[in-house]
Design a protein around this ligand. Structure first.
Ligand code: PMP
Length: 406
């Protein structure tokens, strides 16, 4: 069938059974992190119960089992984003570490005084600050693609591109607004100008079909915890020839081939970038999460979430004083809004009293909030387990809050 069986899905997420302030939990903070299905929780318990061991070094059975599971997870991640080889999949702590790895390793080798890096006005702080630090250190220049009503202005982007542009780093889906950015067009234009492109896939990987080869991005980063997996693990994809030419990010065990006290030769990809004992447990469990999403089917989930988004948006605009922030034509799963004369945080507290979890504030995108002339928004973000009935509860909660606060 084409329809998502939301009832069956909800049964797989134990957190959805809990009560908050005496009411059933309504969890609309999925862009911050998703709840975890039982298969993911079970996989973590299974790892620590049955085959916890350090990877790659041991010849005993537990070490072999842990290594096999760890590497199977890398293969799962490779398939999930359609990378052409497993050496292109580097385990990280998450999107933030993936971007920082590129900024430190590729950036410090390839960026020089006068070079230019382009980001956009709708970046998460984790795709702003590493580039600011790099530019400051190197005397390079950070340029910014402007947006209007939550859509990037591609004509302005074209004007920014030149032979000085070395890298474009762009968010695939905005966490604050839900906008899906035209990354393929952005990448094509950057490549024509001779620049590389890093895509921040923190928000897109759970909703969209990701094919890094078709997209032709040079680097792509995502976090497991936003794809129904555990925190503390993520993936950096990089094109093999780029990763091969990059110096290591950190030095230590695992990333070496041979060490003498005078000189070290570095390990092959991907291990060159995985110094030290990795987060084995969470890496292993990432596979359970990705397999879970694939089994349910991203397209089905997407259709369901689009329906929820349309339903929520339709009702929200009918509430007094509500203004949606970011009205891009292509959005996924996120609705951000403000209410006249009411502080977002007051709404957040009153909704929590009804068991409804939303995010309020600047969503780690202060420059974007500044563009809209607001300190922050109220954000509801949807996942596969959310229902129209829950949206109805949000609307009732908002109606009551508005009445109380105005
Ligand atoms: N980029 C975007 C668009 C995000 O939404 C987030 C998480 N809020 C990040 C980067 C950073 O991800 P993490 O905190 O998992 O490293």
């Amino acid at each position: 069938t084409k329809e998502l069986d939301v009832f069956a899905i909800r049964k797989q997420f134990p957190a959805l059974n809990r009560q908050v302030k005496g009411q059933p939990l309504v969890y609309f903070d999925n862009a911050a992190t998703t709840q975890k299905p039982q298969v993911v929780i079970d996989a973590l318990v299974d790892y620590y119960t049955n085959y916890n061991a350090n990877v790659h070094r041991g010849i005993h059975t537990l070490a072999e089992e842990a290594t096999a599971a760890f590497e199977a997870s890398r293969d799962a991640a490779q398939r999930f984003i359609n990378a052409s080889s497993r050496e292109e999949i580097i385990f990280t702590r998450g999107t933030t570490e993936g971007i920082n790895l590129v900024a430190y390793s590729w950036g410090r080798k390839n960026i020089n005084a006068g070079d230019e890096i382009i980001i956009t006005e709708m970046e998460h702080h984790s795709n702003i600050v590493p580039w600011q630090m790099l530019c400051e250190e190197k005397g390079a220049v950070l340029k910014v693609i402007p947006q209007q009503d939550g859509e990037l202005l591609l004509d302005e982007y074209k004007k920014l591109l030149s032979s000085k542009t070395k890298l474009v780093s762009v968010v695939h889906v905005s966490n604050a607004l839900g906008t899906v950015n035209p990354v393929s067009a952005i990448i094509q234009l950057a490549h024509q100008a001779g620049a590389l492109v890093m895509v921040d896939g923190a928000q897109s990987t759970v909703h969209l079909d990701i094919d890094v080869q078709a997209m032709d991005c040079d680097f792509f980063a995502f976090s497991s915890h936003k794809v129904y997996g555990p925190t503390g693990i993520g993936v950096l994809y990089g094109k093999k020839h780029l990763l091969e030419a990059m110096p290591p990010f950190q030095g230590g065990g695992e990333m070496i081939k041979e060490v003498t006290l005078e000189k070290t030769t570095f390990n092959d990809l991907p291990y060159k970038f995985e110094a030290g004992t990795p987060n084995i447990g969470d890496a292993v469990v990432l596979k359970a999460a990705l397999d879970f999403v694939t089994r349910i089917g991203k397209e089905k989930v997407r259709n369901h979430e689009i329906e929820l988004l349309a339903y929520a948006t339709e009702q929200l605009v009918q509430l007094p004083g509500v203004r949606i922030i970011g009205t891009a034509a292509t959005k996924v799963s996120v609705v951000s809004f403000v209410i006249d004369k009411i502080h977002p945080q007051d709404i957040g507290i009153l909704l929590d009293n009804r068991g409804i979890a939303v995010r309020t504030g600047h969503h780690c995108a202060q420059p974007l909030m500044h563009c809209f002339g607001i300190p922050g928004t109220i954000r509801a973000s949807f996942a596969m387990y959310n229902t129209k009935e829950e949206v109805d509860q949000l609307i009732v909660g908002l109606q009551k809050a508005i009445k109380m606060l105005l």
